[in-house]
Write a protein that binds this ligand. Structure first.
Ligand SMILES: Nc1nc2c(ncn2[C@@H]2O[C@H](COP(=O)(O)OP(=O)(O)O)[C@@H](O)[C@H]2O)c(=O)[nH]1
Ligand SMILES: [Mg+2]
Length: 221
């Protein structure tokens, strides 16, 4: 019976096609001088909070748009729109990541040539979004203190595809056994070039350094 069943490996093909579309998209964004930041993290790590902090710090200097991606619901786009920037919500309809085609549709719905910075808040998880290039100029991720300092050991791919790691919720450090130095060592072993920022979106501590890094990157583009 099993002789009749054909097994077809599609994952590699899907990823190769996606990479091609992502490359083209990134080229177009560079020409347009629109900086796309792909922000990834677990649910609840503080993606929307960091997006809001970033908007508050940069909206006088940069024209910002936000693309919120979720399996369902509009709540994040509604929160972000209140900050006075262009926001759209992508509903992935069950998909646990954004691929380059979805990002392209989202960007088409925004007036990107009037924007300096578009932040993509990717779907919350540390697995699938790491596998799909989005066309972003830079990938950033958040690891929040309550998640634990062992996450680089468990989700190495995510830490390896990111240019920046933001350790968020540092206001929880004194209640937690999270070891920042151990975490840094683990992350740098996977990705020696990654930039690491320690912030609290609650107290605002450390946000200035993150915002300054992002601003410089957008300016360079
Ligand atoms: N204590 C503390 N709470 C935070 C911090 N950043 C975010 N939160 C809270 O964590 C929860 C999830 O944040 P949210 O930004 O929605 O996470 P997202 O699911 O990754 O977008 C919310 O209740 C936030 O208020 C932080 O730095 N410190
Ligand atoms: Mg969110």
């Amino acid at each position: 019976m099993s002789d009749e069943i054909r097994l077809i490996e599609v994952k590699e093909d899907i990823l190769a096609d996606n990479t091609q579309i992502a490359k083209q998209l990134q080229e177009n964004l560079r020409k347009e001088k629109t900086f796309l930041l792909n922000l990834m993290a677990s649910p609840g790590a503080g993606k929307t909070s960091l997006v809001i902090q970033t908007i508050r710090n940069l909206k006088e200097k940069l024209r910002i748009g936000v693309m919120e991606a979720d399996i369902d619901s509009m709540v994040d786009a509604e929160k972000v729109a209140k900050e006075g920037v262009a926001a759209i919500q992508i509903r992935t309809g069950g998909f646990c990541h954004m691929d380059a085609t979805m990002v392209k549709s989202g960007l088409n719905a925004m007036d990107t040539d009037t924007l300096d910075l578009v932040i993509l808040e990717n779907v919350g998880n540390l697995v699938c979004p790491a596998e799909f290039e989005t066309g972003a100029i830079k990938n950033a991720m958040i690891l929040s203190v309550p998640e634990g300092d062992d996450k680089p050991l468990k989700y190495p791919l995510m830490f390896s595809v990111c240019h920046v790691l933001v350790i968020n919720k540092t206001d929880f450090l004194e209640l937690s056994d999270f070891d920042v130095e151990k975490c840094r060592e683990r992350v740098l072993k996977i990705n020696p070039d990654i930039r690491i920022f320690e912030v609290s979106c609650r107290t605002g501590e450390g946000i200035d350094k993150w915002v300054q890094w992002l601003y410089e990157e957008v300016k360079v583009l």
